[in-house]
Design a protein. Sequence first.
Length: 384
Amino acid sequence: MDEKPRLEVLTTPSSYDGVRLQVENVIVQNRDLFNFKMTEIPHMEIAVESLRKGNADLLAMSINQWKKLNHDGLQISAFLARREPTWVLVADDKPEYLPYGGAVVCEKELIKRQLLRMRSDLKVFTLAEFASSQSMDIDVSLLQTDEELELLESLRDSGELDGYVISRGMFSQIKTRVRRHTLGMQREKPSQEFERSMFIPPPLEGFTVLVSRRGFPSAVISNINDTAAEVCYEIENSIYESLGDELKQISGIFVEQKKLSTILKQYVKLIDDSYALKIGENYLIPSGKKTRDSRTKWNPSRNLIQGPRICIYCEILSKNSDVSLEMVRIEPIADNRYERGKNVLIKDTKFIIDLMQQEHDELTRVVIGMPDDYALAKPGLMKL
């Protein structure tokens, strides 16, 4: 019997991002393949230095922590399966049923704009803004994460707040029993895309990586590596880095890999619910035969490229949340065909954003049948 490879994995105390818990689960699930030793280091800087000195094989961290590091002598050896990237609203009711003019705390500018697009009557603050508006004698910047969560929950419990938005990692650290409502993509019930607001999450959420010294044989842990998460990160990060600094904080980006059968079932569900769709790749064609309940039977197109798809979702919202740009691409993963789709999305997004910000000069030509103010000069459609 071959001896199991011995791997020492460094972790840091919970950063309220879900990394620590996910790594613990991965170690438990793969104990039959590896002889793991997990060691907790109090600070990320010390953990990185320990890894560089050769005191361990791997160091677990979020992708956002990796992007802030000095990468000299280091490499990503494995991506873990992506955690759910959406954020949650902690409140007694769903966002649709919050009281009129309700007060909500949210630190993410993107999600603040998404909430106001859904409910323009809501009052959405950062915690510092809310503390200032209530003349609270507290310096929010000095609070630790657990203290911030405790304060938010006490404000909600007392009725001063109707809800607050936090990441799933932070929610998992709340000690009391509270209700959460996912600000999600409505992927489980596709017809709700037309009935409920979609919350495309902030970019690069939910990625966990195992970092090693350069030269580490990554093939040893190939069973742990999630190639779908790796591909989705590369695409998502490429789109994110292509955006200007003024767009990064107000852009939602999400990339996922889907089975073709899942996409086909989704389209059939939408068609059965009487939603008229233009299907970009002619995925489905109607059949002359009927199903048992007399509905149209849909068959896959003969020209359909087989294999899974890369689905890219991107949206950018204006400052007052009344204008938003949403782009969706569904591309075959075979032969890296998604690269073309990604590049087209980046190019089109930049072009349309510039177009929507352009001011319109006064028209000299009279358009019969249009109101008088139609020809007047107008500001750009979208203000960032």
